[in-house]
Design a protein around this ligand. Structure first.
Ligand code: ADP
Ligand code: MG
Length: 727
């Protein structure tokens, strides 16, 4: 009988896929785009003018929707539009602390009492929902007896239609809060952080004479990396199925060393799948732009054009969902884990980030005039100061059990947070730091507002892939985010720490200018000191090198190597003060997150360990013992025939010794898992890291050794060679 691995391979070899399911000649891209979105265009066509105006004011300028009649009018138009698109239900989509999205569907149907029914959807239903949803992690905010959680409409992220087999649903993006108003989700704090940044950034914009902008948005373009492998492999690997990553698997003879995958031709089945993913995303109004092969075999990347960070976050959640669901149709499975395969690159999500006014001015775009450049420098220095002041918060915003396998593993940025500026911007910062106005022109130093800064080209030549936080011409790229993450968390932190820096700078500049100092002089007086204090975080060298680890230690930069080391930052005094001041998180909300992340860490590692034990006992050990029996029989038969069997006996000894060690390691891990933990979630996380993780590593090493000893026809688990290269 064929084992699961052989069955998987045969199935793949014998399956034909219909790869021509779409015809872009029949449906043009531009007609597809946004066709399932209750977009501005649809709103304009379907809403009474005053309602449309009020709604747009809320979306574009953050004005509150106060009039219930407006919500009713919007709801009614939305319902008619949705029903025309085949929707039978609506749902409030929210983003609980699991990092995923959650939804509960309600039908539009309302019986009228005479045996008939009408379709109904009121403003009240649009604005507020009360899913029971008491089982989501709340970190202690919601005791289950008062488990009320509310969803609230976010008008700034447009509703859309989700098409599924046999129907469609109207999806309304919402926040999720407790009845006391505490955030139970990732969207609420993100929106709060965007408001905080907007309020502070407007102060600077005003100092530069801009009276028209009413809001500053943070903009984000997340580059999403992922793996696609054949679905049949998933079925025969409990680790991939339960944990999204392989817990065993010997290094293949060929991995990514030839770099023949990176930017290579995309395999046919994969490109067919990508095309359908993109078509789906276009319909949902997600502006996907680029696709390519990534460094690891079977690894790919998709990137959209940037949007405001709230929309970008919602769209990235949708993007992950669309790829997961579409892959299935092509017999593929999408792995979003940060490290599905040991020994080859893992997946991340580069979070390209900037700030822009509602009039469309990118505040991190160096301009052509001294005036523009001065404003750019102020914002740029604000970001540098923020990263220098709160590196631990950025670090913890990307901490997870999965990302621990990636950060600092010489393929992803190190766990040390630093900034890469590139030679041109570095040169300008150096001049700025040294520059004294009186020496300016003769000494060649820069004076703000007077000399023309060298114009920074948009694509600033040099690139550094090893830095966690890099300036890339007109935006910063935060590269440490994990592939499976909601970008809501990291952007909440980024927005808040930058808001604090801008606040600090605006306060100083306002004071100086009110005292009669010209703005340029005030900037010139202020920025050098900030740069001096912050420059320890700037590093333009190789972030993967050992020298950087030592250099960073000398500079006193934090090096929080894993999730457990970084979690306490969340509830530090500085964190509570910062997030409290800008009304992004209360102390209670921070404590809840600290507990939730610790619990999540424990659960993820424990599930992995339990899966390993299970695979060890029911898959690897039986195969190894069967093979051991075969070899033993052969040795005896050889001896009985009077032939020297020394070499075979040696092989048998090595095999038996490895099997014994493997059994012991399995028992040790099982024992560790049986340990009852008491204490708070953080203590538990620490014990898990220190007790469970090392035993998993030991067991894996032995299991992987067995893979190289046991006869191939006995080995039940698809190998790395097969999973990564059979396409
Ligand atoms: P790269 O050279 O880093 O590949 P791209 O121009 O291709 O740069 O952009 C990568 C990502 O950064 C894209 O998602 C893009 O939309 C995004 N991006 C570009 N400008 C901004 C900006 N001002 N704010 C946020 N993201 C941006
Ligand atoms: Mg990339």
């Amino acid at each position: 009988m064929a084992n699961p691995r052989q069955t998987a391979i045969q199935t793949i070899a014998n399956t034909d896929y219909d790869l021509n399911q779409l015809d872009f000649r029949a449906s043009h891209l531009k007609d597809l785009f946004g066709s399932l979105v209750f977009s501005e265009e649809v709103q304009k066509a379907r809403l009474p003018k005053p309602v449309f105006k009020a709604l747009q004011k809320t979306i574009k300028q953050g004005a509150q929707l106060t009039d219930p009649a407006i919500a009713d009018a919007v709801a009614s138009a939305m319902k008619d539009w949705a029903i025309e698109h085949g929707a039978t239900h609506f749902t409030h989509l929210f983003q609980p602390m699991t990092g995923l999205t959650a939804e509960k569907h309600d039908s539009f149907l309302a019986p009228v009492g005479d045996g008939t029914a009408v379709a109904e959807f009121s403003g009240k239903e649009l604005i507020k929902g009360e899913p029971d949803a008491s089982s989501f992690p709340s970190g202690g905010i919601r005791a289950t007896f008062e488990a009320r959680g509310y969803t609230g409409w976010d008008p700034t992220s447009p509703a859309y239609i989700r098409e599924t087999p046999n129907g469609a649903t109207l999806v309304i993006p919402t926040v999720f809060v407790s009845w006391t108003g505490e955030a139970l989700d990732k969207k609420t704090p993100l929106l709060r952080s965007m408001e905080a940044l907007s309020a502070q950034a407007l102060r600077i914009v005003r100092l530069f004479g801009n009276k028209d902008a009413v809001k500053v948005f943070t903009t984000v373009g997340p580059e999403q990396e992922y793996f696609l492998i054949d679905k049949n492999f998933l079925y025969s690997r409990p680790d991939l199925m339960n944990c999204g990553r392989t817990l065993f698997g010997a290094k293949p003879p060929k991995g990514q060393e030839l770099e023949d995958q990176y930017f290579g031709t995309i395999p046919e089945r994969v490109i067919a799948c990508m095309a359908e993913c993109e078509a789906e995303m276009f319909k949902l109004g997600i502006p996907v732009k680029t696709r390519h092969n990534e460094v690891a075999p079977s690894q790919y990347e998709i990137a959209p054009i940037f949007e405001d960070s709230n929309l970008a976050t919602d769209h990235n959640q949708l993007c992950m969902d669309v790829i997961r669901r579409t892959a299935e149709k092509y017999g593929l499975v999408c792995l979003l884990h940060e490290k599905p395969f040991a020994g080859i690159n893992g997946s991340g999500k580069h979070n390209n980030w900037s700030m822009a006014t509602d009039l469309g001015e990118n505040l991190l775009n160096p301009g052509d005039t001294p005036h523009d450049n001065a404003q750019f420098l102020v914002f740029c220095v604000a970001v540098i100061r923020a990263v220098a002041k709160y590196p631990e918060l950025l670090r913890v915003s990307v901490a997870s059990a999965g990302n621990d396998h990636r950060l600092g593993a010489n393929e992803a940025p190190p766990a040390i947070i630093s900034i890469f500026l590139g030679s041109q911007l570095q040169d300008i910062m150096d001049q700025l730091e040294k520059g004294k106005p009186e020496k300016t022109i003769p000494g060649g130093f820069m004076e703000i507002g007077v000399s023309v800064l060298p114009k920074l080209p948009r694509d600033a030549g040099d690139r550094n892939r090893t830095s966690p936080f890099a300036f890339t011409g007109n935006k910063f790229e935060f590269r440490a985010v994990g592939s499976s993450f909601s970008i809501g968390g990291p952007n909440t932190v980024l927005n808040t720490i930058v808001a604090e820096s801008i606040d600090f700078i605006a306060t100083a500049l306002e004071k100086a200018t009110q005292g009669g100092t010209p703005l340029n002089k005030a900037i010139q007086d202020l920025l050098p000191g900030i740069l001096k204090e912050s420059k320890k975080v700037i590093f333009n060298g190789n972030g993967y090198s050992d020298e950087w680890q030592q250099e960073a230690a000398r500079r006193g930069l934090p090096n929080l190597k894993n999730t457990v080391d970084s979690l306490p930052t969340i509830v530090s005094k500085e964190s509570i003060a910062l997030f409290g001041k800008y009304k992004v998180f209360t102390e209670g909300e921070l404590t809840a997150r600290y507990n939730i992340f610790a619990e999540k860490y424990v659960k993820e590692v424990t599930i992995e360990a339990a899966t390993m034990v299970n695979m060890a006992k029911t898959m690897i050990l039986p195969a190894a013992i069967r093979y051991q029996g075969e070899v033993a029989t052969a040795v005896n038969a050889t001896k009985a025939a009077g032939i020297d069997a020394t070499a075979q006996l040696e092989a048998l000894k090595e095999l038996a010794a490895t099997v014994t060690a493997f059994q012991k390691a399995t028992a040790a891990l099982e024992h560790e898992l049986a340990h009852e933990h008491s204490g708070d979630p953080y203590a538990h996380a620490k014990a898990t890291r220190d007790g469970v993780l090392p035993k998993m590593v030991e067991l894996r090493t032995l299991g992987d050794k067995l893979e190289t000893l046991v006869a191939d026809d006995h080995w039940p688990l698809p190998t790395y060679r097969e999973m990564l290269f059979i396409k």
